[in-house]
Design a binder for this molecule. Sequence first.
Ligand SMILES: Cc1cc2nc3c(=O)[nH]c(=O)nc-3n(C[C@H](O)[C@H](O)[C@H](O)COP(=O)(O)O)c2cc1C
Length: 335
Amino acid sequence: MKRTKICDILDIQYPIVQAPMGWISGAELVAAVSNSGGMGTIGPGVGQEVVSRDPEVVGEILRREIRKTQELTSKPFAVNCPVGRRGKAVCDRRLEVCIEEGVKVAVVSMGSPDEYTRQMHDAGMKVIHVVGSSRHALRAQQSGVDIVVAQGHEAGGHSSPDEIPSLVLVPQVVDAVSIPVLAAGGIGDARGVVASMALGAEGVYMGTRFMPTMECTCHPAVKDAIVSSRDDSYVAYGRRVYSITRSIKNEFTKKFLEMEFAGVPAEELRAFDRYYDPGDDDRHRMIRGLKDGEMEWGAVPMGPIGGLVKEITSATDVMKDLIGGYDSVMARLKD
Ligand SMILES: Cc1cc2nc3c(=O)[nH]c(=O)nc-3n(C[C@H](O)[C@H](O)[C@H](O)COP(=O)(O)O)c2cc1C
């Protein structure tokens, strides 16, 4: 597989980044991807059984996950530092813990690139910033980030209100900035990796594909749902309340969309979702979906590329398929 600038910046062998997934991308998955020559990313909320807004609690749980990852790999890995989630004190503390524990790479999503880039660079960290438009990519570049992720509308989980699909977004972000671009949203196998490189990306950033793996800590029912899903098993909701969320279709998304289209006020939608107003002891819908396996009334974020996956394997095997498959696809294109 081709080496790119991303490999040099992140000090990794292959330009494949496992994207952060809240609650479920923890030490085992992260280490498996990093040990395979890519780079894993610890997601927010990993290790938490309930939502907490206490910076000390969040910080110490993150510290535990970082140390566990460091025991499993000596290779570089990243931590997701979402901006603004659960309040500034929590975000500040997460970053302090990353710096204290010597984390080398931060993936920043959901907020301004101005917030933490300088502090991260001063601590010797590389900064990857997630964007959904070329305008935001330019802003991130101006803030000095090292790499941007062009995250298309088909991505699992939250994505930009601009709703630009990957095939449209990636080449425009590549043309807009001079820093390297990781393509994200809808990449599931080596064909997607080669396509992303053809669009000008210098690597890929993949979430959903790593969910049905042995190392991912989502509930087995979630993994089963992915391997038995099709391309049309997924839906996006939440445009009016926070940001678009792409998930598997279930009773919850059906009801939520009915309410959304009927014009139910945003506060009522938020209350129904409960994700937006969690009390400290709340097991909110995403935990109920991803960790408890409540497949009908939980929120179970994932993207439609899940329809491509037919079996649960190890993340190491996913990486082998991506790396080996890249050369096969390239050879086929040359015929
Ligand atoms: C279950 C799940 C949880 C996610 N949680 C987060 C998160 O906490 N922070 C974040 O920046 N992105 C999150 N994402 C988005 C991913 O980091 C990534 O952008 C997306 O998965 C890429 O698209 P793909 O799923 O088609 O590969 C999540 C995605 C999924 C599927």
